[in-house]
Unconditional design. Structure first.
Length: 241
């Protein structure tokens, strides 16, 4: 009898452990890592406000690292009991100001934008990445995927297979075919991006955000299991900033 009881207790304990492991495992399929061209956030009808720290660099900024499902849907606002805390990322703040600039109005120091990103998206991967590791992972991914370099070096390379047609006035601003932009990024990063466009105040379709897919460790780029919806014109503007 006692023997049976002890087996039963062991079984219950094992079951509890298994539940814990399963609950702690990830509950999404991959991340979208989304970078944004600030010129295209700012030249819309809505316009923008520079952060209190000053005008951001003329470089892509991070928008977010978003847990997604393979069917194209995504979880959001997964844990209201774990709000963004600046103290968790204090050693990352200066890098975040540079690489993840807020452009919303009125001008802010970024905390609102990062809080929004953590609360809406970051909490949905909290079983794998705590606040510090989530923001650090995004910063590391930006270092691995230098979009500006991918686009400017493709633009400058005369013999590039997909030659980015023109470099007007020796600058990168101008119109490019969507395929030349996609190919320049694929060639440099090794994975096909999704390009999101928006419209400038004159209605031109322009390069707004670049989506890359990332494994659930938030460390390696992968082929996208699914692309978002949306359409760019076949020729799109790379706006100035
Ligand atoms: P999300 O909710 O993460 O899908 O992001 C969309 C929200 O982020 C919208 O409210 C945008 O206005 C806002 N947003 C996008 N880019 C920026 C930015 N650079 N600074 C501040 N807010 C932004
Ligand atoms: P389409 O030009 O719409 O016929 O698309 C041709 C291919 O490019 C398809 O595999 C699409 O999924 C892909 N595609 C279309 N638009 C984009 C985009 N903006 N970014 C990345 N891939 C795209």
């Amino acid at each position: 009898m006692e023997f049976k009881e002890s087996i039963l207790i062991k079984l219950v304990v094992m079951l509890q452990c298994l539940t814990l492991v399963l609950c702690a495992s990830q509950d999404f399929d991959f991340f979208y890592f989304v970078q944004q061209w600030p010129g295209s956030y700012c030249d819309t009808q809505q316009s923008c406000c520079y952060p209190t720290s000053g005008k951001p660099d003329a470089d892509f900024g991070i928008h977010g690292l978003w847990p997604n499902y393979n069917d194209g849907s995504y979880p959001s606002n997964c844990d209201s009991s774990n709000p963004f805390q600046q103290s968790q990322v204090s050693n990352l703040i200066s890098t975040m100001q540079k690489e993840w600039p807020t452009l919303a109005c009125p001008s802010g120091n970024g905390i609102q934008f990062w809080s929004h990103e953590w609360d809406k998206h970051g909490t949905c991967s909290e079983s794998l990445l705590n606040q510090h590791d989530y923001f650090e992972a995004a910063l590391n991914l930006k270092q691995k995927a230098n979009l500006l370099q991918a686009l400017t070096s493709a633009g400058k390379s005369q013999c590039h297979v997909y030659n980015m047609e023109i470099l007007r006035y020796k600058s990168r601003w101008g119109f490019y075919s969507l395929s030349s932009i996609k190919n320049a990024i694929s060639d440099s990063i090794g994975f096909t991006p999704f390009i999101e466009c928006n419209s400038d105040s004159s209605g031109n379709s322009q390069l707004y955000q670049v989506y890359l897919c990332v494994d659930t460790d938030a460390s390696s780029f992968i082929d996208c299991p699914v692309f978002p919806h949306g359409k760019c014109s076949s020729n799109i503007e790379f706006s100035s900033f």
